[in-house]
Design a protein around this ligand. Sequence first.
Ligand SMILES: NC(=O)c1ccc[n+]([C@@H]2O[C@H](COP(=O)([O-])OP(=O)(O)OC[C@H]3O[C@@H](n4cnc5c(N)ncnc54)[C@H](OP(=O)(O)O)[C@@H]3O)[C@@H](O)[C@H]2O)c1
Length: 345
Amino acid sequence: MPDTINRQFRLKRRPNGRVTAADFDFVEASVPTPGPGEVLVRVLYISMEPIYRLWMTDTDHDLPPVKIGDVVRGVGLGRVVASNAEGWNPGDLAGGMFGWQDYAVVPPPGIARLSRIREHGSVPLTTMLGACGSTGFCAYFGLLDIGKPKQGETVVVSAAAGAVGSVAGQIAKLKGCRVVGIAGGAAKCRLLTDELGFDAAVDYKRSDWREALAAATPNGIDVNFENVGGEIMGAVIDRMNHGGRVVLCGLITGYNDGERREGHLQALGNFIPIFTHRLTVQGFVFTDFAPRFGEAVSQLSQWVAAGQIKPRETVVDGLEHTPEALNRLFAGNNIGKLLVKVSEP
Ligand SMILES: NC(=O)c1ccc[n+]([C@@H]2O[C@H](COP(=O)([O-])OP(=O)(O)OC[C@H]3O[C@@H](n4cnc5c(N)ncnc54)[C@H](OP(=O)(O)O)[C@@H]3O)[C@@H](O)[C@H]2O)c1
């Protein structure tokens, strides 16, 4: 008996600080019918991404704000259940902007075929949203194309035990760099050094983290893969070598006070080393590299299948828990890629 109900989170108001249940309407709509040229997708997993919080503000952040009353925007992985689009069949795996809901109707230009990735062998479904999906693309292109790490250089990654950071650090190791991760708490730091191959880890929750960063980077820092901003970014920039590259991937410290932007301003306040040390600071969004996604999928899947990149994932069970799941990213209650499981694959 097919489902008839499509549970959806609709944005009720613009959140202030971390999201709460009162910021959303959790409604039951009918499962939509695909129109001509469209497919109906059953959402299996939602990829939890810090930028969702910025999309809930009234300012453009790469994409326009989510409108009040609209289904909350979100990247997902799903299975086609009905199709009016040529080349798409029930059972196909698809990735796309499916939103915080059980079912999505989308036109094929808005979805990517994912079945092919599984042909790389042992890559699990969840990893297709993580290390072998947009998270991995972000780490791969950000580090290699913007960071341009050379063998023997020192790379520092912030939010290093998270989704993007854990992959970026492991790629930097594969390129022969000294890799230092910054993360919150002893357990995350142990994960980095003992399991993921980082050379050193700095626990920014300890009062002596600046000294620890200095001790871990005796030759200075050549590449900063920046996910956090704020004081952490400032301390890293202060230790960068001449000609260093700052890969500005994200500034999560400022996302919950996006209206005031204090986190952003604090993060970027220390400009002096940027000119005295001839640093290059480049922001990017992984979609800038869309024409090369095939290359990234192929390389990342090979690394994962060969055990050279160890994907880490945290899965929250149940669409109804999506708002709390978003907050876990800001509380640091995730290791590696955070996903919400919406239905059984
Ligand atoms: N440019 C792009 O295309 C792109 C694409 C995806 C993601 N991103 C960015 O990449 C960054 C990481 O995203 P992700 O999806 O991989 O998330 P994630 O790293 O898996 O989760 C976020 C992590 O950030 C840390 N964190 C949160 N608030 C913090 C704060 N105030 N100070 C220090 N650390 C904090 C937490 O780890 P701790 O426990 O260590 O604090 C948390 O686990 C974000 O800035 C995101 O916006 C950019």
